[in-house]
Design a protein around this ligand. Structure first.
Ligand SMILES: [Zn+2]
Length: 146
């Protein structure tokens, strides 16, 4: 398991708004499960963009927070077309030219954010954080009386 830190409101758009591309300056060989961490920095200009509004951006949503893990996803593929003189690719409206497009699938918003320190780019979440995420995503034991 790895984690990426993403600025709000982009992290929210991944967690809630169907944003399936993370635009990253670097590629990665990593494929597999990924925690989506909202970094401490906010991209204020983006909060008013039509794309972010279309993702249902809501500053009052608990997952609009900063400095916390807010979702899990799978990193399935990295598209580097826009850096290889092929400006168009089929990554959709969230893909920005000049970046590596990390394609995310199976996005799952956490029921509530888990406060955590992030790093730049890809980082390995400590075991304690992983345990909290897993506990949150494990269904509660059904009550045998019902
Ligand atoms: Zn692409």
């Amino acid at each position: 398991m790895q984690a990426i830190s993403v600025q709000q409101p982009w992290a929210f758009a991944i967690a809630r708004g169907g944003k399936s591309i993370s635009n990253q300056a670097l590629p990665t060989a990593y494929r597999g499960p990924l925690l989506i961490h909202a970094s401490m920095r906010v991209d204020l200009k983006a909060c008013d963009s039509p794309l972010i509004r279309s993702a249902g951006w809501d500053p009052g949503d608990p997952l609009a927070t900063i400095g916390a893990v807010i979702a899990t996803a799978d990193l399935d593929e990295v598209c580097s077309s826009s850096l290889l003189d092929r400006p168009s690719c089929d990554c959709g409206p969230w893909a920005e030219p000049g970046f590596h497009h990390w394609r995310l699938t199976s996005v799952r918003a956490l029921p509530r954010p888990i406060v955590a320190l992030g790093r730049t780019s890809l980082w390995e979440p400590p075991a304690g954080l992983m345990n909290k995420v897993q506990a949150m995503l494990t269904p509660a034991t059904p009550n045998p009386l019902h």
